[in-house]
Design a binder for this molecule. Structure first.
Ligand code: SAH
Ligand code: SF4
Ligand code: F3S
Length: 479
């Protein structure tokens, strides 16, 4: 018999839309129930994360709490006492993957009823998803959201002690929490949250609802984290936010992303990156800082979404194709060797073939170094999901393939130009496909495979490029 399900709070998209609530800074850190620490002795956990870097950073905080309690990281999902699925809601296929995994977990529960299964992340910030999961999958013990992950110890403790299933998902954030534990996924590259949430409300996007109001961490707290990482020997940090260039606007203390980036650069970590930049808030000052500091990577992810100004207007992106191209021009003038990557959505409701061709044109014009392309996926509760769409999914797929082909041609050409030259590569580990090779990334985020000793992992080494493929390079270590 499944345990009784208690619904403490359920998310509400209308509440999540609200941007008038105030929030505070909280430096208290996490509290841990003693009974849970006793329970955790000799037990293991496994967190499976889907989606973007914000979710991976949340995984690190959850892992930090669980390890503090005494749980050890399991090697695989199949043998963990506690499993957390950290989910993403950005597109339908992201949610389908999670349902597949929830189904898989059932057999583990049947084999051993004492195992605990939890779901968190963006997907469960939606009420209809929670209703479906709690009704269909009785083997899920705990559902919590993106705004209360630091309550995980209390929630787990309650589920175990009271033998209940529990749903506790808040709609909106009330604070920015500092002094959180963290078990980082890498010992040489790290993500630093600089802001949470998003206020842009692009009409297709669920993120402003699942992640809440845009709120910036204080500059001093971010710099402290960066200094700690530098002392620990980290080679790369990525400043994270849904819109890094809007950083500081809400603080009203004069903080801006340009200032923050400059202060982080001065700390002297060899590689500083940032993700994601919205073209709308991208100021000249930011570009100047990128140009000025050698350790700020000359690589900008600058999602365009569409090359059609009319589609951009319907998407609520607040720039048109001309403005975007102007920004690209300004960046290239100030930072001539800057690599650019992008996100593109194909098949927004009622996109005409001509409008699609404007996207193709823009891509040919910009010459991206890499690109992520997606077929539009209607998201419940967003304005675009209410638009009646007259484009068939077959046409969308055809456009998608046409665009990928154009992008890949351009990217391959750029990659081919790298052959014969030597680049600094931050070594990540053994190559997934061929364990005799190492893999790493250049300053401009090109994946390079080369022969070398595992002792090089976590170091930045010069590699000469011998062969180029669209998405990766083969090189040799320069002695
Ligand atoms: N804040 C970031 C990206 C967040 S989501 C930004 O604005 O760039 C990452 C990407 O997913 C987006 O850039 C967009 O291209 C894509 N995306 C978001 N919602 C989508 C949807 N409903 N359908 C298809 N792709 C979507
Ligand atoms: Fe979504 Fe737009 Fe915010 Fe990016 S800027 S997270 S696409 S609403
Ligand atoms: Fe997905 Fe949430 Fe990130 S919807 S893309 S995990 S902010």
């Amino acid at each position: 018999m499944a345990n009784k399900c208690e619904f403490r709070t359920l998310p509400d998209l209308n509440l999540a839309r609200n941007r008038t609530q105030s929030f505070s800074f909280d430096y208290q850190g996490v509290t841990y129930p003693e009974s849970l620490a006793k329970y955790a002795k000799g037990k293991t956990y496994f967190i499976h994360t889907y989606g973007c870097q914000a979710n991976y950073r949340d995984e690190e905080v959850m892992a930090g709490m669980l390890e503090h309690l005494g749980f050890k990281r399991a090697t695989e999902i199949g043998n963990a006492d506690l499993v957390i699925l950290n989910t993403c809601a950005v597109r339908e296929n992201a949610e389908q993957k999670v349902y597949g995994m929830i189904g898989e977990l059932k057999k583990y529960k049947t084999a051993d009823n004492s195992r605990l299964f939890c779901i968190c992340g963006c997907m469960v910030q939606q009420k209809h998803i929670i209703e479906f999961i709690t009704k269909t999958f009785k083997h899920i013990d705990l559902i919590f959201g993106t705004h209360n992950i630091t309550k995980l110890p209390q929630m787990l403790d309650e589920v175990i002690r009271r033998r209940i299933r529990l749903v506790d998902v808040e709609s909106s954030p009330t604070k920015i929490e500092e002094n959180l534990p963290s078990s980082r996924l890498s010992s040489f590259k790290a993500f630093i949250n600089i802001s949470y949430g998003c206020d842009k409300f692009c009409t297709y996007c669920i993120v402003p609802y699942t992640r809440g109001k845009e709120r910036s961490r204080l500059m001093k707290d971010i710099l402290e984290e960066a200094k700690e990482l530098k002392e620990l020997g980290y080679q790369e940090v990525t400043l994270l936010g849904q819109n890094v260039n809007a950083y500081g606007k809400d603080l009203k203390d004069g903080s801006t992303f340009a200032k923050l980036l400059e202060e982080v650069a001065k700390i002297g970590i060899p590689r500083v990156r940032f993700l994601t930049s919205h073209p709308w808030d991208f100021t000249e000052e930011i570009v100047d800082v990128i140009a000025k500091y050698k350790n700020v990577m000359k690589y900008i992810h600058l999602p365009v979404q569409s090359g059609s100004s009319e589609i951009l207007r319907l998407m609520g992106r607040r720039y048109d194709a001309e403005k975007y191209l102007g920004l690209v021009k300004m960046i290239r003038e100030k930072v001539p060797d800057c690599a650019l990557s992008t996100d593109i959505i194909v098949g927004f409701p009622n996109e005409t073939y001509e409008q699609f061709l404007e996207t193709v044109e823009l891509c040919k014009n910009v010459q991206y170094d890499s690109a992520f392309t997606f077929i539009y996926s209607p998201r419940n509760g967003t304005p675009a999901a209410k638009i009646k769409d007259n484009v068939s999914s077959k046409d969308k797929s055809l456009r998608f393939r046409e665009l990928v082909k154009v992008l890949e041609e351009g990217i391959s050409k750029k990659s081919a130009e790298m052959v014969g030259k030597t680049y600094d590569v931050l070594v990540e580990g053994a190559s997934e496909k061929n364990p005799e090779m190492l893999s790493g990334y250049t300053e401009k985020n090109k994946l390079v495979h080369f022969k070398g000793d595992l002792s090089l992992v976590g170091k930045i080494v010069p590699v000469k490029i011998l062969e180029s493929h669209t998405y990766s390079m083969i090189g040799e270590l320069v002695k």
